[in-house]
Design a protein around this ligand. Structure first.
Ligand SMILES: [Zn+2]
Length: 395
C-alpha cells in the first residue's frame, strides 16, 4: 500500500532515485551515506594539499644522532707563495684553524675522515681537460720563474710545486666527507682544507682557487648519490662566481651567496655578483645573490638575511644536502679586511674580546658563527634525509 503522507526525507530520497534513474544507474547508497562519503572526500582532499614543512623536524625529534666528521691533512700547510712571503693566502690560514680545534679539543670529539685525492674524472665534471692538464704540468716543478710566469696569467693566484697534489687532496677530501655524510656514516661534517675552491671557474684559476671543491662534490652527489636537491650557502665575504657559474642553469642546486659588493667595486668586481643574476633556463630562480653595498654589517643584518631570505627559500626548497662554503673572511678580526671593512661582529666585539689574540678571534667567532647557523638549520631540517656539510676555508 502506498504511503499517503510524504515526509521530507521521502522526498529527498525520491529525488535522488529519480536522478539516478534518469542517468540509467541504480541508486546504491542512502542520502546519509552520500553525505558521509562526501565529507570523507573533503577530508582526504584537504590532507593531500597540506604539506607540513616542519614534518622533518618533528619526525626527527626521536632519531638517534651520529658523529660529526672532520677531514683535513697536515700537508695542506705546504702550499705557499715562493716569491712573496707576505702573501695573504698563507699556510697559517690552515694551521691556525687546526691548532685552535685541537686546543678546544674539537677534533677528538669528531670522527676523522681519511683524506683522499680527487680523481681526474671527478675534477673534469666541473673543469676542462686543459685546466686540469695545466695545473698538472706544474706538479713538483722547481722552476720558480716558470711558476710565477704561469701564475701571473691569473687574478690572485700563485702556484707552488705542491699545488696540484694539494688541490686534488682538497677536492677529494670534500667528496669523501660528502660521501660519508650521505652514506650515514656521520651526521654532518667539516672539511678544513686548502687551497680553497669557490672562485675556481670551468677553465680558469682565480682568487687562490684551482679546483672548485664544493662544486665538484655537489656534482658528485648529483651524479652518484641519487641526490636531487642541494643547497649551497656561501657566506665567504667574496662572491663565489665559480660555484655560481657551475650550476647557473641547474634547478637541482640552489646557490645562495652573501657577499660584499659595494655596487661592483669590491673584488671580484663582477656584474654577475649582483642580486638580479638569478639563474637561467630551467635554473632560473635557483641562484640567489645577496650583495652588500655597505660595510659595517652587524649581527642583525646577517640574522635578517638568514631568517628573512635564506630560511624561507631553504624551507621551500627542502634540500637533501646542504653544503656551506664557510670562508672566514666575513668574520671580525680578518686581517685582510681590517680595520674599516669588518662585516660580521657576531656580538663578540666586546672589550673582553679585544684581549684575545687575532687568530683566536677569527677562529672562535667563525666557529660560533658556524654553530649558530647550523643550529638554525638543524631546527628546520634535521632528519635522516637532510645532511649538512661545511667546507671550511679562508677564500
Ligand atoms: Zn673570500
Amino acid at each position: 500500500m502506498q504511503k499517503t503522507v510524504i515526509t521530507r526525507k521521502d522526498a529527498q530520497e525520491a529525488k535522488i532515485k529519480t536522478r539516478a534513474m534518469a542517468k540509467g544507474t541504480e541508486r546504491k547508497i542512502t542520502l546519509s551515506e552520500a553525505k558521509q562519503k562526501s565529507r570523507q572526500r573533503m577530508v582526504k582532499t584537504t590532507a593531500d594539499k597540506v604539506n607540513d614543512i616542519y614534518g622533518n623536524a618533528l619526525s626527527s625529534m626521536m632519531s638517534i644522532r651520529s658523529e660529526t666528521g672532520v677531514v683535513y691533512d697536515e700537508s695542506m700547510a705546504l702550499h705557499c707563495c715562493l716569491w712573496d712571503k707576505s702573501y695573504p693566502e698563507c699556510p697559517e690560514r690552515f694551521t691556525s684553524v687546526i691548532n685552535r680545534c685541537r686546543e678546544m679539543k674539537l677534533i677528538e670529539r669528531c670522527k676523522e675522515i681519511k683524506p683522499r685525492l680527487a680523481t681526474k674524472s671527478e675534477v673534469l665534471t666541473i673543469h676542462t681537460t686543459d685546466h686540469y692538464n695545466l695545473l698538472e704540468s706544474t706538479k713538483n716543478c722547481l722552476n720558480e720563474d716558470l711558476l710565477e710566469e704561469i701564475s701571473s696569467n691569473y687574478d690572485a693566484i700563485y702556484i707552488h710545486p705542491t699545488t696540484f697534489n694539494l688541490s686534488l687532496l682538497a677536492c677529494g677530501s670534500t667528496i669523501e666527507l660528502v660521501d660519508n655524510i650521505l652514506d650515514g656514516k656521520v651526521q654532518n661534517g667539516m672539511a678544513i682544507i686548502r687551497p680553497p675552491g669557490h672562485h675556481a671557474m670551468k677553465a680558469e684559476f682565480n682568487g687562490y682557487c684551482f679546483f672548485n671543491n664544493v662544486a665538484v662534490a655537489a656534482q658528485h652527489a648529483l651524479d652518484n648519490k641519487s641526490v636531487n636537491k642541494i643547497l649551497i650557502v656561501d657566506w665567504d665575504v667574496h662572491h663565489g662566481q665559480g660555484t655560481q657559474r657551475a650550476f647557473y642553469n641547474d634547478p637541482r642546486v640552489v646557490y645562495f651567496s652573501i657577499h660584499r659588493f659595494e655596487h661592483g667595486t669590491f673584488w671580484p668586481n663582477l656584474r654577475e655578483s649582483d642580486f638580479d643574476y638569478v639563474g637561467s633556463e630551467s635554473g632560473e630562480g635557483t641562484n640567489i645573490n645577496v650583495p652588500l653595498n655597505k660595510v659595517g654589517m652587524t649581527n642583525a643584518d646577517y640574522l635578517a638575511i638568514f631568517q628573512q631570505l635564506l630560511m624561507p627559500i631553504a624551507v621551500e626548497f627542502q634540500p637533501e644536502l646542504i653544503l656551506i662554503s664557510a670562508g672566514y673572511d666575513a668574520a671580525l678580526g680578518c686581517m685582510e679586511f681590517q680595520p674599516d671593512l669588518i662585516i660580521v661582529s657576531c656580538g663578540f666585539d666586546s672589550g673582553l674580546m679585544k684581549f684575545f689574540s687575532l687568530i683566536f678571534a677569527v677562529f672562535f667567532i667563525s666557529v660560533i658563527f658556524l654553530h649558530l647557523f647550523v643550529s638554525i638549520l638543524k631546527k628546520i631540517f634535521e632528519s635522516n634525509n637532510i645532511k649538512i656539510c661545511i667546507i671550511s676555508a679562508k677564500i
